[in-house]
Design a binder for this molecule. Structure first.
Ligand code: 13P
Length: 244
């Protein structure tokens, strides 16, 4: 019998949360995970960099894992404002999101830069969550599969082992508009085709919430969810976390 891995449910808090809110949210989720038996999922919280150390303390012993939202590809040096993978590992991170569409859009991050960040994460023992996804224009032009396949080929380090891929259609992020399960199955199937049979989880992200999480998690090749807005409220995120 094949044992299905637990869904990976990651909360990307983006640029939200002061110390008090962040600790309250993390501690509410940590408490629920401590009390849950068996654990409903592998849970990862990705707070802003300012909160990582404090959130790590609150999550200790809860089984909830910590992730950064971005990293630099270099280990140290004159890169004002950046955080290295070694720094993330040092404060207890096990994951780091790389290539989020907001960073591709706002900081002109290319697939090559994303691949370098992912490789830096792997070299420090972190699991990179490599984000890909087409824009609305690309989808309407019938290019969604080609765009995503290309991003996967160029953003995932050679071999791909030890990474997670997240399909986040840009038009579904923060819009309340979720991709249909047919679209998700089609794109995830295409991503799996590029990755091969490797045991790389493929997450879906884009307006995932308590109302659609079960359906998304039941879709072929969906190994978990990368959640933005709905991860900022403990009850909503817990409902997503327990939907699989
Ligand atoms: P929303 O869940 O707010 O649409 O954000 C998705 C996302 O970008 C997660 O990385």
């Amino acid at each position: 019998m094949t044992v299905q891995p637990l869904p990976l449910i990651a909360g990307n808090w983006k640029m939200n949360g002061l110390v008090a809110d962040g600790l309250a949210l993390a501690s509410a989720l940590g408490d629920r995970m401590r009390a849950a038996s068996p654990a409903p999922c592998t849970m990862v919280l990705c707070p802003p960099a300012t909160l990582l150390g404090a959130v790590a303390g609150v999550l200790e012993g809860s089984g909830v894992l910590l992730g950064g939202q971005d990293c630099h590809s270099e280990e140290a040096g004159a890169y004002t404002g950046s955080v290295s993978t070694g720094m993330l590992a040092d404060v207890g991170c096990k994951f780091v999101i790389v290539g989020h569409s907001e960073r591709r859009r706002d900081f002109d991050e290319t697939d090559e830069m994303v691949a370098a960040k992912a490789a830096a994460a792997l070299s420090r023992g972190l699991t990179p969550i490599i984000c890909v996804g087409e824009t609305l224009d690309q989808r309407e032009a019938g290019q969604a599969i080609a765009v995503v396949e290309q991003q996967v080929k160029q953003s995932v380090p050679a071999g791909g082992s030890g990474v997670v891929v997240a399909y986040e259609p840009v038009w579904a992020i923060g819009t309340g508009r979720t991709a249909s399960t047919d679209d998700v199955a089609e794109i995830h199937g295409a991503i799996r085709g590029v990755l091969g049979e490797a045991a790389i989880p493929i997450l879906y992200g884009g307006s995932a919430n308590p109302g659609n999480a079960a359906e998304l998690l039941a879709t072929p090749e969906v190994g978990g969810l990368l959640v933005g807005g709905a991860s900022l409220d403990a009850e909503s995120f817990w409902q997503v976390a327990t939907a699989g």
